[in-house]
Design a binder for this molecule. Structure first.
Ligand code: HEC
Length: 216
């Protein structure tokens, strides 16, 4: 009985030993392919900018598509309630799809959850400085959280008159029913009084660096 056990154990040891050898080969192969890939920081940042541009484009289309449908179906005042309920969940949906966290932040926020956090604050101020000084705003990527997260940001300007229906001059651009709705849902609203071309805020996308590296 003891002898049989010994043989079984010896067999196990041999098979473990041989599996180890395979593991080592796999390990070496992975290392080698990473060597060949030679991922460097510049490539990572460029990829993050490219990906951030794509994600903001997609999120913008998602919001605009839904907003336009809501306005056509319910009118501008009705669409305010729609934005109130749907804007953030729509962004969350795109976030989940790409394993990132998408936000739109602004100093003139309508929804207080769009207030910038500490990291976003500095970047938003830089975009505001550029706007005031006629310097063109470009997308930016910063490393945060010990370099594990890449924070992509991009300015949001008011592209056309359509936005003024809800973000323009309350005496001129926003109709009475819409204004009443905005004031009811957002008593602390700061997002009125804009003109076409104004900086409205910025996109902020927290992208895990490892997700970017996977795409290289
Ligand atoms: C039908 C009214 C309506 C229109 C039209 C509209 N918005 Fe908004 N917007 C809102 C509402 C309501 C919110 C707050 C959404 C929330 O509670 O999450 C908002 C929020 C935002 C935010 C997030 C920051 C904040 O203030 O909370 C940005 C950025 C923004 N809008 C930009 C635009 C731009 C650019 C356009 C034109 C392309 C536009 N909006 C058109 C109603 C509107």
């Amino acid at each position: 009985m003891i002898r049989i056990l010994f043989i079984v154990l010896a067999g196990l040891l041999v098979s473990c030993g041989s599996r180890k050898k395979v593991d080592r080969e796999v390990f070496d192969a992975v290392n080698e392919s990473m060597e060949v890939k030679k991922v460097n920081e510049v490539d990572i940042i460029n990829k993050a900018i490219e990906w951030g541009n794509e994600i903001t484009e997609e999120a913008q289309q998602e919001l605009m598509g839904k907003l336009t449908t809501a306005i056509n179906e319910k009118g501008v005042a009705g669409a305010v309630a729609f934005c109130n309920v749907e804007a953030l969940p729509s962004l969350d949906e795109v976030s989940r799809k790409h394993k990132v966290v998408i936000r739109r932040v602004s100093h003139d926020f309508r929804n207080s959850s769009d207030r910038p956090n500490e990291k976003e604050e500095m970047l938003l101020q830089a975009y505001e400085y550029n706007e005031e000084n006629d310097i063109q705003n470009k997308p930016n990527v910063q490393e945060i959280e010990n370099g594990e997260i890449l924070l992509y940001t991009k300015a949001i300007t008011i592209p056309g008159k359509m936005c003024l229906n809800c973000h323009g001059d309350p005496n001129k651009d926003i109709d009475e029913a819409t204004l009443a709705k905005i004031e009811k849902l957002y008593p602390q609203d700061k997002a009125k009084g804009h003109e076409v071309g104004d900086l409205r805020g910025m996109w902020s996308i927290a992208i895990p660096k490892k997700e970017v590296v996977k795409q290289l």
